[in-house]
Design a protein around this ligand. Structure first.
Ligand code: FES
Ligand SMILES: [Fe+2]
Length: 323
């Protein structure tokens, strides 16, 4: 029957797998042993140190691009208060939130013809700057908004991992009492997946790993016992981002980008974008209804991050207690 042919079902224990199964073998030197022994703290620390050595180009994710419409909005990055708004052509602009005249908060003002208007005395400001007040470089990559700050060696644009050419995007945000490294460390420990998130994952097996990339096979639960099995990789394209890419099975090419932005010491903004794609014929239709699909993507990510924020915050608290 056509439906049966399309939905290849496999019964594994009490799990029903649907969809195209991954085909690649596990590597001969795949880690062995129970998950707690594979998740060696020394290995996770080494992978984290490797990620933290990567360049960041001075770029920090502010949030989903839709968060920054025409009205001025205040954000805090690296302890600096910024105002972010859209210029006359819709370009993203970011600058110090304090007005160069007497210090009013510009984010409490308004935008007129692409210029932010100070609420106290009406000074109009734009990318040309005024006295010592200057815009920072800002970037809208089509999914996320970024600002460039600090003293890292700058790059022209944020360092992005490959994205699918056609996708449905869903983005969630969460604040965590930790540093960006705690967010990365959480994802560099994939072994916790089936234990800590049993509602979402089962049968997680790390197939191979080196300091640059972890490859695993996992069953992603859809509903009850029904799940899809995929192969996925984790890697860090820069020092504040970790990306999961589905490399085999249904949804191959989909990515989940997890970005960690330091707000101030001990406080991190976590921004996670799921860019879902599929070669299935129905995907074009699903994409047309992307707005309807997006809440489901975001609800699933949010649930996982409630738990992963707890993990990252616990790691941070232990690090602080240890001095
Ligand atoms: S404080 Fe902004 S114009 Fe005076
Ligand atoms: Fe997790």
């Amino acid at each position: 029957m056509p439906l049966r042919q399309r939905l290849r079902k496999t019964l594994v224990g009490r799990q029903i797998l649907v969809g195209r199964l991954p085909t690649g073998p596990a590597s001969a030197d795949a880690p062995r042993g129970p998950d707690w022994s594979q998740a060696a703290p020394e290995w996770i620390d080494a992978a984290l140190a490797h990620a933290l050595e990567k360049p960041g180009g001075g770029w920090y994710v502010l949030g989903p691009r839709e968060d920054f419409a025409s009205a001025p909005k205040k954000v805090v990055v690296l302890g600096q208060e910024l105002v972010v708004w859209r210029g006359a052509s819709g370009e993203l602009l970011a600058a110090p939130d304090a007005c160069p005249h007497l210090g009013a908060s510009l984010s409490e003002g308004r935008v007129e013809e692409g210029r932010v208007v100070c609420p106290w005395h009406g000074l109009r400001l734009d990318a040309r700057g005024f006295r010592g007040w200057r815009c920072h470089a800002a970037h809208d990559d089509g999914v996320l908004a970024w600002v460039q700050l600090g003293d890292e060696a700058p790059t022209e644009a944020p360092i992005l991992a490959p994205r699918p050419s056609s996708f449905i995007a869903g983005t969630i945000k969460a604040l965590a009492r930790c540093e960006p490294e705690d967010v990365l460390a959480n994802r560099l420990d994939p072994w916790h997946g089936a234990h800590f998130h049993p509602h979402s994952f089962s049968a997680l097996e790390v197939l191979e790993r080196d300091l640059d990339q972890i490859r695993l096979r996992v069953v992603y639960r859809i509903l009850g016992p029904v799940g899809i099995e995929v192969d996925a990789t984790f890697h860090c394209p820069d020092r504040r981002t970790i990306v999961m890419t589905i490399v085999d099975g249904d949804g191959a090419g989909s990515v989940v980008e997890t970005h960690a932005t330091p707000i101030r010491p001990g406080e991190t903004l976590l921004v996670e974008s799921t860019l879902a794609t599929s070669e299935r014929p129905g995907f074009g239709l699903a994409k047309a209804f992307g707005k309807a699909v997006r809440p489901f993507i975001e609800a699933r990510a949010q649930r996982l991050w409630v738990e992963d924020v707890a993990y990252a915050e616990r790691r941070y608290a232990l690090r602080m207690a240890a001095g």
